[in-house]
Design a protein around this ligand. Structure first.
Ligand SMILES: Cc1cc2nc3c(=O)[nH]c(=O)nc-3n(C[C@H](O)[C@H](O)[C@H](O)COP(=O)(O)O)c2cc1C
Length: 179
């Protein structure tokens, strides 16, 4: 297998976030040839087009990590039927760049009832010319589970679901590489 690097972003800033736990679990479960780098969006300033082109360390880091990644993994919660503010803010910062378009994307939905935010996220990502890989999008019922990353990676069903979605993602990325 040729090595693959993926950037994973959580749309939650909460310390006990299920979304963050899901990507940390996936990072630990991933086979050796798939490196999952967990990026941070917490330090990004609120999006302001007037600041575009200025030196913003948190944005430079995010853009560099995205540039080096073969694909993007997003796990983001629903707040009041919408995309989380931090995630929408991060995406707005990426709209004007060249790194995002056509990037393969895997979505992890940690609350299968949260359909509004998922639909809105897909709409935004598609508008940004992201390449959502449907077979790699997965829903895992973590809400109220009290599971942390170790609990998720230690759970047979959850880890199996996450890993098979990751495998679908790898296959799609490989197929696009050789197209
Ligand atoms: C202010 C607020 C609004 C929320 N609105 C919704 C909602 O509209 N639909 C939903 O399914 N869950 C909603 N939730 C539940 C969160 O999506 C849920 O707690 C999720 O686990 C948060 O993500 P995290 O665990 O990664 O921090 C809301 C939670 C908060 C705090």
């Amino acid at each position: 297998m040729s090595p693959i690097t993926l950037l994973a972003l959580s749309g939650s800033l909460r310390s006990a976030s299920y979304n963050t736990a899901a990507i940390v679990a996936l990072q630990s479960l991933a086979p050796a040839y798939i490196e999952i780098v967990i990026g941070s969006i917490a330090q990004l300033p609120l999006f302001n087009p007037d600041l575009e082109g200025q030196h913003i360390p948190a944005l430079d880091e995010l853009v560099s990590a995205l540039n080096q990644a073969d694909g993007l993994i997003i796990a983001s919660p629903e707040y009041a039927h919408g995309i989380s503010g931090p995630m929408k803010n991060a995406l707005d910062w990426l709209v004007g760049g060249v790194e995002f378009p056509y990037k393969p994307i895997m979505l992890i939905n940690t609350s299968p009832r949260a359909q509004h935010a998922l639909d809105a996220l897909k709409e935004v990502l598609t508008t940004m010319s992201g390449n959502i890989i449907a077979e790699a999008c997965v829903a895992i019922p973590l809400l109220s589970s009290e599971l942390d990353a170790d609990g998720i990676s230690g759970d047979r069903e959850l880890s199996k679901t996450l890993l098979s979605a990751l495998e679908e993602f790898r296959v799609a990325i490989e197929a696009e590489r050789s197209a």
